[in-house]
Design a protein around this ligand. Sequence first.
Ligand SMILES: [Zn+2]
Length: 454
Amino acid sequence: MSLANKHRPQTFDHIIGQWHITEILKAQIAGAKDSHSNYLFFWPRWTWKTTTARVLAKAMNCLNLSSGNPCNECVSCLTINKQSTLDYIEIDAASHTGVENIREEILDKVPYPPTHLKKKIYVIDEVHMLSKGAFNALLKTIEEPRDNVGFILATTEIHKVPETIISRCQVFNFKKVGKEDMTKHLQHIVKLEGLNYTPWALDTVVRISEWCVRDAIKYIDQVSILWDINEEHITKFLGIASESIIKNFLNLIKNKDRDAIFSEIDAINEQGVDMHNFAKQTLMYIDQYLSEDTDFLLAVSEIFTEILGTIKYYPYPAIVYKIAINKFLNPSAPVEIAIPRPVQTQAAEAKAETTNTKPVAQAWDSNLLAQLLARVDKPSLQKNLGEHIIIDSVEDDKVHIIVINKLTHTLLEKRENLEYLEKILSEVLNKPITLKVSFEKKEDYFWRKLTTNN
Ligand SMILES: [Zn+2]
């Protein structure tokens, strides 16, 4: 069983960071007030929606309540936990959007009294996904409250829930779990599991999970196989860099030693750090220490924002870092690197360029490549060319293409394919063209471009 399931909260007291809600619910249940109340749970980014709903459903039915908490031992609690009763129904509205489903699930069955439990409970998760008709059906049902039926609605987008529904429910706004609560919770779990941990490692897990409890537990679960939640394992298994790596990296940037920065990028990448995460982590670090070196950190934050925006499109993250940092260190350098992009993007750019005034020297590259790719109608070529060729230069009647993929290169070595592309390029450029094709490893190509600008 995963740690997240194993440590799923079973009582109100175990739902961390939501005391403002759980204390009220406990008091209501213990005092048996609002016995025919319906509930609407809202949290923009909520992880334990159905878990909380289940605790509430158990509390409303428990035969052996303890200060408002369900006992998890009586027959009612057990059947809800096992979901082995027809009186407890969880519906995911994201998959039951039609009014017919709701009618079938709720309207037709609501009039019948519960068979096992005191109170029949319907949990409708992501309730905002219901269609208008489904909302009307639901409204009709909750307008006539019954003692033996209860609705627990949950949503991440309360603005999409009709006012008429909201006004008939007790609404509870869940809040983001605080760092302290979350750290305490993780400590509690790792202690129960008999795992060793360092405070840094737990703290990092809290940060990278962006305060999402379930994600944090999932990370702990992944590393728990090694019994030690420490810096080394976190880096190795979750691809997370330690704070010292980030600090050191920012220092290198501050010293503007490009060679040292570039080899550190390679080193971090080779250690298995997830470079996408690294940009995020660095931004979080900057946010945390901003007051210590405000001007520099603000300036440098732009690098990582740029990296975050582009990194997911490119297969070689280290290159993205190098390009962004190079630009930062040397803003006036004329180095612009044509990174191959998906065909669609290029076509869109080619279109945009007709209205944009881009430097002529670059315009032919993406334009020409886009036009070439748009005209290739041999499926085998089309599939392979897109992200694997770069038009390196166009001089008079000679076009030089660099291929960064071995298979594509083999394809282009075939005389007929070469002639086919020559024909297309001749049409596009409106003159007879000779094509030169050479193979170069992608990293080598970018590196050459970056360092020599030719
Ligand atoms: Zn019970």
